[in-house]
Design a protein around this ligand. Structure first.
Ligand code: GRF
Length: 193
């Protein structure tokens, strides 16, 4: 049985796009179906991309809402869709226990740094400012903290000679786009958990 996936985004959606492509005609094709792309703001540019790929989208505006109330609305939205895994891809809201408990160990995130060294936004900026020769992309399970959940896999990014933040980001995203789907395949086939 294919796993039923909801991807959560807040912005550009390049990781989402890579996962949708892999679910439609790539390494995830046999293992999952992208049932929904969800955004917490209608400004998320990825929504339009998802629609172009024929994926259903939904928006609930999070602005001004207490975290638990907002996550209760999400649980209600997802319930009829029988979602197996939530895949966060540039989702900029902290997830509350309401969602974590409903989807225990089934919410996955990609973080563009080693989560042991750097948590939160602007991780490529951090790597660039520190002039790191390498950084790590981390795919991890979500827990109640920010970028603190159990690590599923990490992959190194070579930053030697990167001259600008844009270049650091470009090198990192190139890895992210393939790596996230590789790890998801292992999760959906029970090779890692
Ligand atoms: C990525 O760098 C991802 O690792 C981080 O947020 C960024 C989202 O980019 N969590 P995109 O929306 O997938 O293009």
């Amino acid at each position: 049985m294919k796993k039923r996936i909801a991807i959560f985004i807040s912005g550009r959606g390049s990781n989402m796009e890579a996962i949708i492509k892999n679910a439609q005609i790539g390494n995830l094709q046999e293992y999952c179906e992208i049932v929904l792309v969800f955004a917490n703001t209608k400004e998320a540019r990825g929504l339009q991309i998802a629609q172009e790929f024929g994926v259903q989208t939904a928006v609930i505006e999070s602005k001004g809402k207490p975290r638990t109330d907002f996550d209760r609305e999400i649980v209600a939205l997802l319930e009829p869709l029988q979602i197996d895994y939530i895949v966060l891809a540039g989702y900029m809201r902290i997830v509350s226990p309401v969602l974590i408990e409903r989807y225990r160990n089934r919410i996955i995130n990609i973080h563009p740094a080693d989560t042991a060294l750097y948590q939160g936004a602007h991780a490529y900026q951090w790597a660039f400012d520190k002039k790191l020769a390498t950084t790590k992309i981390t795919v991890h399970l979500i827990d109640a903290g920010v970028d603190t959940g159990p690590v599923l896999a990490q992959r190194e990014v070579d930053l030697q000679g990167a001259q600008s933040l844009a270049e650091v980001e470009q090198r990192g995203l190139r890895i992210e786009h393939g790596f996230y789907s590789e790890v998801l395949e292992k999760v959906f086939t029970g090779k890692i958990q």
